[in-house]
Design a protein around this ligand. Structure first.
Ligand SMILES: [Fe+2]
Length: 431
């Protein structure tokens, strides 16, 4: 019974956020495309409802379709984002009524379904998948809000957690084997599974993410103009796209400014840098005499407990995220200064691994050994290969239901409208 209550609460919490993000702007702003990289907000909103209908109403519940006629409009694989505004989408009022009808039926299904006996529903997996899906689209909608022009629609106070200022710059992670991935996390997605032993050499990893102050030092040193720091692909992209600073930044006099949710403000120096693409992160790391951590190195720094030898669910332990652990859920609309959230540090003393910014890793999004696609190939399997880089940890806009020590995000190495930053690592042999 507790599980069903928890699921119901998580569904309600996700919907509150989707509603707030779509009620914050005028109707015309919901149907407009704010960037070719993003869907109109009303597409995300109805797509959330359509996925919920497909998985929970039809599959788990075995009920009749509500709107089978709109399935193809909201199938992300049939229509790339740039084409979505020209589709005959549901209008805002119709979309609200549709997702409301779906949700009513889902509560019925939740009531009537035993959460065991079938892998799809075991421990509430399908409901958890849909909660995470909605929260992930809410984060995507936050990125659309950030790209949107015009008067500010969202506002929130800055995070103000305790902060440790005199931290060592790096932490040494000893060589050896740790458990990567999971077999037991009930709502973990297929690409996080299975748990398996992974060996790493000893390495140093940055205690905190790279800050705006750090990144400005790279800019001031001519980092964007020196091909030594860039891979050939990165240099070509930097040149063709005229990259010279993180997205949303501009330089005026001696000051860097940024636009954040429609407000111009000086770039805060102690905050983790965000809105950088993988190529920029990779170039910075090389300039700093370091490199990006591999995905395994990131996860070991986040989860491995040297006292017990086991891997934790989160850096701070096995308890679900609380406000004191990490900056999550879009409550603050920005990352917290580096060194914040000492209660969320990992056993080795690495800070802000969960929350604040998604962290680019050196690794391509690949198939874990022993991987089995579940519940559908299009969740992860079709993205495996060399096209996408893995991001770990979760941003300030990610919800606590959709972050874990094992959670994997992926995107193209040129993308930076997402809330992406990074930290660096280096081989221990380079001491
Ligand atoms: Fe989706």
């Amino acid at each position: 019974m507790r599980l069903k209550e928890d699921i119901a609460n998580q569904l309600i919490r996700a919907r509150r956020r989707s509603d707030a993000l779509t009620e914050a702007v005028e109707e015309a702003d919901l149907t407009r495309q704010h960037s070719p990289l993003m869907s109109p907000l009303v597409w995300d909103y109805a797509h959330i409802g359509n996925q919920e209908e497909l998985w929970l109403v039809r599959d788990v519940g075995g009920r009749e379709p509500i709107r089978a006629d709109i399935d193809s409009l909201y199938d992300a694989f049939q229509h790339p984002r740039r084409d979505r505004p020209s589709l005959p989408l549901l209008g805002p009022a119709e979309a609200r009524s549709y997702v409301g009808t779906v949700r009513d039926k889902v509560f019925d299904v939740l009531d009537a379904t035993a959460l065991e006996g079938r892998r799809l529903v075991d421990q509430g997996f399908a409901f958890g998948m849909i909660v995470q899906h909605e929260q992930q689209h809410d984060e995507t909608m936050m990125a659309t809000h950030q790209l949107r022009r015009g008067a500010p629609a969202l506002s929130a106070g800055p995070p103000n957690p305790p902060r440790d200022r005199d931290l060592p710059r790096e932490v040494l992670v000893p060589g050896g084997t740790f458990t990567m991935g999971t077999d037991v996390e009930p709502w973990a997605l297929d690409n996080e599974r299975p748990a398996r032993p992974v060996h790493t050499q000893a390495y140093w990893i940055d205690t905190v993410p790279v800050s705006n102050a750090d990144f400005i030092a790279f800019i001031d040193d001519g980092g964007y103009d020196d091909p030594r720091w860039w891979t050939p692909e990165g240099w070509a992209h930097r040149s063709s796209s005229d990259l010279n600073a993180p997205l949303f930044w501009r330089h005026e006099g001696t000051q860097w400014w940024r636009r954040r949710f429609g407000v111009d403000e000086p770039v805060p120096l102690p905050e983790p840098v965000q809105h950088v693409c993988w190529y920029e992160a990779d170039a910075y790391a090389r300039w700093a005499g370091k490199r990006l951590p591999t995905e395994a190195e990131w996860e070991k720094a986040a989860r491995w407990d040297p006292a017990t030898g086991r891997s934790r669910r989160y850096p701070w332990g096995d308890a679900d995220p609380e406000v004191r652990h990490a900056n999550l859920g879009g409550a603050h609309l920005q990352p917290a200064p580096v060194g914040s959230y000492p209660d969320g540090a990992s056993p080795l003393g690495v800070y802000q691994l969960i929350g604040d910014v998604w962290e680019w890793t050196a690794s391509d999004f690949t198939r874990p050994p022993g991987f089995v696609a579940f519940p559908y190939r299009e969740y992860s399997e079709v993205f495996f290969g060399g096209d996408y880089k893995v991001l770990r940890g979760g941003s300030w806009a990610a919800d606590r239901s959709a972050v874990r020590g094992t959670f994997r995000n992926w995107d193209y190495p040129i993308r930076r409208q997402i809330f992406s930053g990074f930290r660096c690592a280096r081989d221990a042999a380079d001491v």
